[in-house]
Write a protein that binds this ligand. Structure first.
Ligand code: SF4
Length: 288
């Protein structure tokens, strides 16, 4: 039997924002009367569980108003305009917007009120970004340094999606300053603390492992970013949704395997992946 050491990242998995939102859903006594507006968590297993309890789900960016009396806003938040639209349709809102997402909205609004052109560093079309820009009259979404240009505005304010990669944000801010020497550029660091902790933990893990198993939903942006970072650091990474996707052949020639997970991955899924790694031949190492 093959043998390798498994090292868990010191910070990984579900963040408090998603956990709190799931707790609110768990405590909802009449789920059949509630529509969840968007994906409460980017995890198919958890979403199936919510559906089977009776929650309806609606894509938050589709026009129209859910039929149910109550609408649950997810940790990713929505714009105030969207909130008002739902309230005008007499919907009762169950708001689970993460306070650290709200912080991004507040920072963007403050920049706009100062008369700044707002740049949002993040993924175009991502639910959180749609919510942030939904209250702005003028803005640009910047995914990468190539999106940076010389804007005519004298004042520019930069915020970022809460799950952006700090290193990328710093690069983009520097590029905005470089290409806009005429402008007063201000940037507010709005990457959330749990995201920073997970990114820092992955960097430490990558210093000591031969390969990494990244656990998370297929459509979880931050899970994919974790796997992409492994590849940037030239470390083999396998992105798995759960333990059934682990292939024992992957571990034939590795001595040390790191384990990390995206912010939408339930603890139980991580534990089952770790258990399966042990069955394949992994032994427990100290967390890095
Ligand atoms: S990733 Fe950060 S901002 Fe988003 S829900 Fe989790 S804690 Fe909140």
């Amino acid at each position: 039997m093959q043998s390798f050491t498994v090292i868990r990242a010191i910070a990984m998995g579900m963040c408090f924002g998603v956990r709190d939102a799931l707790d609110v859903a768990a405590a909802t006594s009449k789920p059949g009367e509630v529509t969840i507006f968007g994906e409460l968590v980017h995890n198919a297993v958890v979403l199936d569980g919510l559906r089977s309890r009776g929650f309806a789900m609606a894509a938050e960016h589709v026009r129209g108003v859910p039929a149910s009396n109550s609408v649950m806003i997810t940790a990713h938040g929505v714009s105030d305009r969207e909130r008002k639209r739902l309230e005008a349709a007499s919907k009762t809102l169950i708001d689970t917007t993460c306070p650290l997402v709200q912080r991004v909205h507040d920072a963007a609004r403050a920049f706009a009120e100062e008369g700044r052109h707002v740049l949002v560093v993040g993924r175009r079309g991502h639910v959180e970004v749609r919510g942030i820009v939904g209250d702005l009259d003028g803005y640009d979404v910047i995914e990468r340094t190539d999106d940076v240009q010389c804007w005519p505005h004298k004042r520019i304010g930069i915020v970022s999606q809460s799950t952006a990669v700090e290193r990328d944000v710093r690069r983009i801010v520097a590029e905005v300053v470089r290409q806009n020497p005429h402008a007063d550029v201000r940037a507010k660091d709005t990457v959330c603390a749990p995201t920073k902790e997970r990114q820092a933990a992955l960097e430490r893990l990558l210093d000591v492992v031969d390969a990494v198993v990244v656990v998370g939903g297929r459509n979880s942006n931050n899970t994919r970013r974790l796997a992409a970072r492994c590849k940037e650091r030239a470390v083999q990474a396998w992105h798995v949704v759960d333990e059934t996707e682990l292939d024992p052949a992957w571990f034939a020639h590795v001595g040390t395997v790191g384990l990390t997970a995206g912010t939408s991955t339930p603890d139980a899924t991580i534990d089952r992946v770790e258990q399966r790694l042990r069955e394949i031949g992994g032994s427990h190492g100290h967390a890095a």
